[in-house]
Every structure is written in C-alpha cells, then in structure tokens.
Design a protein around this ligand. Structure first.
Ligand code: HEM
Length: 169
C-alpha cells in the first residue's frame, strides 16, 4: 500500500517550524523589565546623574529645600564655604549606590548593597516637603531623560514605596 512518506515528513517539518515560530514570537512578546525600558545601564546612570545635578543646583539656591539635609555631604565634598573637602569621594559613593538601587528595583542585573533606606536616612529628619522637593527633582530628571509616561508611573510607584523609610526619622 502507498504510504505518503513525503507529505508526512513535510507536515512534520512545517509543524516544527510553526512551533519554533510560535515559541520565538512568545519570547519576543515576553515583558521587558522596567530597567530595560528605562534604557538599561546607560539610562539608569543618566537618570541618577541628572538627579544628582538637579539636587546640587537646587542646593546652591538661596531658597534651597535640599541644602539642610545635604549639608554634611556638601561639607564633605568641600562644595561650600571654601573649606577643603574632608571626604571627596562621598558624593560619588552615594551616586553609585543610587544607581545600584534604581537598577535593583527596576529588575536590572545589580543587587543594591548599601544601607537600608531607613538606616541611611535616620537622624536626617527628612520632612514631607523635602521629600516632595526631591521627588520633583527626580521627575525633572526623568523628563530630561525622556522616560516614557508608563515607565515614569511604574518607577514612581517603586520609589514612593520607600517614602515611609525616608521621611520623619
Ligand atoms: C525614596 C526616596 C529616596 C531614595 C530611594 C534614596 C536613596 C538613597 C541611597 C541609596 C542612599 C545611600 C545609602 C548608602 O550609602 O548606603 C541615600 C543617602 C542619602 N540620601 Fe537619600 N534617598 C531618597 C530620599 C532622600 C531625600 C528626600 C533626601 C533629602 C531631601 C535624601 C538625602 C540623602 C542624603 C543626604 C544621603 C546621605 C549621603 C551621605 O552623606 O553619604 N534622600 N539615599
């Protein structure tokens, strides 16, 4: 009896191809991390550097809200009163920790190893007004870096989840 070897083989190959395509399309539709959608390493570094620059610029203004809580840092890097720096790398260390933390919370490949937010901000007595001012400076950085509206919302939720550990301690 005639056995349609070739069509069966073809159907098998076609089936395999369809399966592969289906798997491939499933992969490409897999949700991308917020980290990747914010531009990965370069994006997160850029958001952090702009935040640091915004805080620095705000701290230099007569009406600054940031300067009170950041005074020990500003003194350490010698950026105020013409005094020599006592710890010139302190700002760089903070910046690197913030990069790691933003990477961590957005699902990136680095685990934040710094102090907990509660410990880091204890005795700083950050007020609600100071927090809101800092958040506005972060929002400005997100805008400068052209972070999309969806990503901005997702990122804000992750950041604001730490608010209670930062404010009033
Ligand atoms: C959810 C919001 C915030 C996050 C995620 C955050 C993140 C961080 C991180 C990662 C550190 C470094 C901790 C370490 O070195 O182990 C830090 C320290 C610090 N933060 Fe925040 N922070 C937030 C809000 C604020 C606010 C609102 C202020 C002030 C208005 C502030 C002022 C500071 C200062 C002055 C330091 C210490 C730097 C030093 O002297 O070494 N932070 N923060």
């Amino acid at each position: 009896m005639f056995k349609p070897q070739l069509p069966v083989a073809s159907a098998f190959v076609l089936g395999l191809a369809l399966l592969t395509t289906a798997c491939g399309s499933k992969d490409s539709a897999a949700p991308t991390s917020l980290y990747d959608r914010m531009g990965g390493k370069t994006g997160i570094e850029s958001v952090t550097d702009q935040l640091v620059a915004n805080v620095g610029a705000e701290a230099g203004q007569a009406s600054s809200v940031m300067v009170r809580s950041h005074k020990p840092m500003l003194d350490a890097i010698g950026s105020q009163n013409g005094q020599p720096a006592t710890d010139p790398t302190r700002l760089q260390r903070l910046r690197n920790n913030v990069v790691d933390q933003f990477t961590d919370i957005t699902g990136g490949p680095i685990k934040y190893k710094g102090q907990s937010m509660l410990v880091a901000h204890t005795n700083m007595k950050v007020t609600n007004a100071e927090y809101n001012a800092w958040r506005a400076l972060l929002d400005n950085s997100l805008a400068t870096n052209k972070i999309g509206a969806t990503e901005k919302k997702e990122f804000a939720i992750l950041v604001d989840a730490m608010r209670n550990d930062v404010v009033n301690h």
